[in-house]
Design a binder for this molecule. Structure first.
Ligand code: PXP
Length: 245
């Protein structure tokens, strides 16, 4: 029996549409609850320092009514640590953040940052909040993540998703497969995400170490055409089929 694989649905882009007009709709918390009913195993929300999409109240409202779990994605700052310790999500995922970027570009530099990150991991571990570090598929970053005290890594799949040729994609996939294997060998649990779509998810879901995939942009885009529940069911099915093969 293969290990199960979980789908975490990122609803940031529902908030992006709302913020574009400063309207009251669409509500990312409504989307999150609908996603849970459609089979999402958890919900991811990224509270960015510039509050460009999700707002503080969105996190507070969802944390108070989730039926699954909140994976709270944040930059490694004191402000975000205090927010997370107050609302106590199941999971925290630490990501790098640059104001001018379109989305999270590249993984955390845990190697050169490890004192601050080690202290954050300790605060979250003490509060029984599971910590994941969003890193590139790079052994030195993965090793540093374990030393920093994280329980999980989330492997950045952006380079795989954006590969322009088949050869490049195979190369990026191999890096992710090796990184996942190495992480498991040194005692880390492994998630992955970024740029995953219905067309490229299968190879990542088939990696036996993968515990959870966090997917946002393509699911919200698919929802325009199929509705959110169907988009989630389709993605989950693709992941489960890939895991069974
Ligand atoms: N995981 C992390 C850590 C992310 O920063 C993002 C993007 O917000 C995702 C997963 C989801 O990426 P996408 O929206 O491209 O599916």
């Amino acid at each position: 029996m293969p290990n199960p694989i979980l789908l975490g649905v990122n609803v940031d882009h529902v908030a992006t549409i709302r913020q574009a007009r400063g309207s009251r709709y669409p509500d990312p918390v409504h989307a999150a609850l609908q996603a849970e009913m459609a089979g999402a195993d958890g919900i991811t929300m990224h509270l960015r320092e510039d509050r460009r999409h999700v707002q503080d109240e969105d996190i507070e409202r969802f944390a108070a009514c989730t039926q699954t779990k909140l994976n709270f994605e944040i930059a490694a700052t004191d402000e975000m640590r205090d927010f997370a310790l107050r609302i106590k999500p199941t999971d925290v995922c630490l990501v790098p953040e640059k104001r001018e970027e379109l989305t999270t570009e590249g993984g955390l530099n845990v190697v050169s940052n490890d004192n601050a990150i080690t202290e954050l991991c300790a605060s979250f571990n003490d509060s029984n909040i599971r910590v994941s570090l969003f890193v590139d598929p790079d052994q030195t970053q993965i090793e540093a993540s374990r030393k920093a005290g994280a329980e999980f890594i989330e492997i950045h799949t952006g380079s795989y998703a954006e590969a322009k040729t088949l050869q490049q994609r195979r190369h990026e996939l191999q890096k992710i497969e090796q990184a996942a294997k190495f992480a498991e060998e040194i005692g880390l649990k492994v998630n992955a995400g970024h740029g995953l779509t219905r067309h490229n998810v299968a190879a990542i879901a088939a990696i036996p170490q993968m515990y959870e995939l966090n997917i946002g942009h393509s699911l919200i885009a698919d929802a325009l055409f199929t509705g959110l529940p169907q988009a989630i069911k389709d993605m989950k099915q693709l992941m489960l089929d890939a895991r069974r093969q």
